[in-house]
Design a protein around this ligand. Sequence first.
Ligand SMILES: Nc1ncnc2c1ncn2[C@@H]1O[C@H](COP(=O)(O)OP(=O)(O)OP(=O)(O)O)[C@@H](O)[C@H]1O
Ligand SMILES: [Mg+2]
Length: 224
Amino acid sequence: MLIASHIAKRYDTARGGVPVLDDVSLQVGRGDAVAIMGPSGCGKSTLLYILGALERPSSGTVTLDGKDPFSLDDAAQAAFRNTHVGFVFQDHLLLPQLSALDNVIAPTLVASTPEPAASVRQRATTLLTQVGLADRLEHRPGELSGGERQRVAIARALIRQPALLLCDEPTGNLDRASADAVADLLADLQKAHNMMLVVVTHSAALAARFPRRYELSDRRFVDA
Ligand SMILES: Nc1ncnc2c1ncn2[C@@H]1O[C@H](COP(=O)(O)OP(=O)(O)OP(=O)(O)O)[C@@H](O)[C@H]1O
Ligand SMILES: [Mg+2]
């Protein structure tokens, strides 16, 4: 279970503080899927980073399956993320010099208990097949379409079999048909892996597929 309680966030910059979130709370159980919407700049990515322990809240707490990642030192926190959280970033952030297959394998290379290379390769191949890229394993990101890169990023987020999958605009740059395909894929994978899924989206069509929807408005959550 993911529990975020009374999260507030302000970014302190040389030009002063930027308040972004104020008293945001959220609970996501195993198998739950939640969509977060809101206008550009309202703090959706910031919230996702906080839920995934990539960014520390100014106040409030996050626990995932009973553990508070922000109570850990940097190395333990990185290991916690690697083990428990899959992240599909707004800009997919694939490594340009690696093939699709090696991009999916990459998170396993820093795992504290490495898996045998052959079994990782097998799982990465299976995931890329599930996202419809069986015939693109050796392509580099620059040789893939935007939707294909997005699907590689989803496969990469799943390789460590995370309890929590966080997706930031996973269909942001896609046409309607590709966006529907990625949305179907996320729904199928979420069920198959019984994950907690939190998706940030501007797309009303994508959000409509989620049983729970929130809108960030004036730094707070309102039901959407
Ligand atoms: N590192 C940072 N330092 C200072 N301000 C920041 C930083 N990161 C984000 N912000 C500000 O915080 C606010 C929220 O940013 P965030 O990226 O969370 O928005 P968003 O809802 O994801 O927007 P979009 O839909 O455009 O992706 C924005 O006003 C942004 O300018
Ligand atoms: Mg964003």
